[in-house]
Ligand binder design. Structure first.
Ligand SMILES: Nc1ncnc2c1ncn2[C@@H]1O[C@H](COP(=O)(O)OP(=O)(O)O)[C@@H](O)[C@H]1O
Ligand SMILES: [Mg+2]
Length: 276
């Protein structure tokens, strides 16, 4: 669905340029739940902005549902198909009331009034926030604002939603609710999710995890494959689950572990066997 072919991007700041993405290729198929991990400055947001045509690669191509992001005529259709939720809940509010905020996208697409109202009500329903319909957005919690933002994206019938550290400013409850929404949209509507996150626990539930480091992808695979590659994770400046870390440290001490795991029960079994 989204094909990324050897893309490069540098910010042309004076006096020097800053390389942000240096040769990334990947394929995101329909209905997948993807997590992207990486420390600050590794290029995650730059990649995300290129996926929905907010910026264009200096080299390489991104093809979204057959449309190259580099062609101007594709810009709007791509923005409609690939929605983006940002980090700061207060930075993406466009309407005073929830209803108007969610309607903004479909209005911009030139839908008729009836169709706009329907799209808004459907989106609020799907996210489970119909009761917020008439509320003033500034009275909502951060988590509610982020769900309103997702409803706004959803009203445009996206094929993919990118969350760029969208849970990072929320309290645990807000984080859990936002995550639950992304999982529901993924499972029930088949919408691809790309969750850029600092939170390891969020990445554990993804179908595929990509690790970014200095503008490239240094590790990818299932959560289990990625988190048990402790050396590469450390190199990228990232943590691994505590159970995995413990087994890894034991292995470094010369104790034979055979298979590292991210599963706490499995780790407990391994430790139990060692202690016998
Ligand atoms: N608007 C910008 N102007 C100049 N440099 C930028 C800009 N945005 C990001 N960068 C630089 O590009 C690199 C990648 O940044 P970014 O994509 O934001 O990483 P991440 O999202 O992983 O924190 C960093 O070195 C960052 O300082
Ligand atoms: Mg970022």
């Amino acid at each position: 669905m989204i094909e990324v072919k050897d893309i490069h991007y540098a910010y042309k700041t004076q006096p020097e340029t800053t390389k942000a993405v240096s040769g990334i290729s990947l394929y995101i198929s329909k209905g997948r739940y993807i997590a992207i991990l990486g420390r600050n400055g590794s290029g995650k947001s730059t990649l995300a902005r290129m996926l929905n045509a907010l910026i264009l690669p200096d080299m390489g191509d991104i093809i979204v549902l057959g449309m190259n992001t580099k062609e101007k005529v594709n810009e709007l259709p791509i923005r409609k198909k690939v929605g983006m939720i940002f980090q700061d809940p207060d930075n993406q509010i466009v309407g005073t009331r929830v209803l108007e905020d969610v309607a903004f996208g479909p209005e911009n697409l030139g839908y008729e009034r009836e169709k706009i109202i329907q799209a808004v009500d459907n989106a609020l329903n799907q996210i489970g926030i119909s009761e917020l319909r008439e509320r003033a957005v500034h009275t909502l919690s951060g988590g509610q604002k982020q769900r309103v933002a997702i409803a706004g994206v959803l009203a445009m019938k996206p094929a993919c939603i990118i969350l760029d550290e969208s849970t990072s400013m929320l309290d645990p409850k807000g984080q859990a609710e936002l995550l639950a929404v992304t999982e529901k949209l993924n499972k029930e509507e088949g919408i691809s999710i790309i969750n850029i996150t600092h939170n390891m626990d969020e990445a554990k539930f993804a179908d595929e995890v990509y690790v970014m480091h200095k503008g490239t992808i240094t590790l990818s695979g299932t959560p289990s494959e990625v988190f048990t590659n402790v050396d590469k994770m450390i190199e990228a400046g990232l943590d691994v689950p505590q159970a995995t870390k413990l087994l890894y440290e034991l292995e470094k001490e010369g104790i034979e572990i055979k298979n590292l795991t991210i599963d706490e029960d499995e780790a407990a079994d391994i430790l139990g066997r060692l202690l016998k």
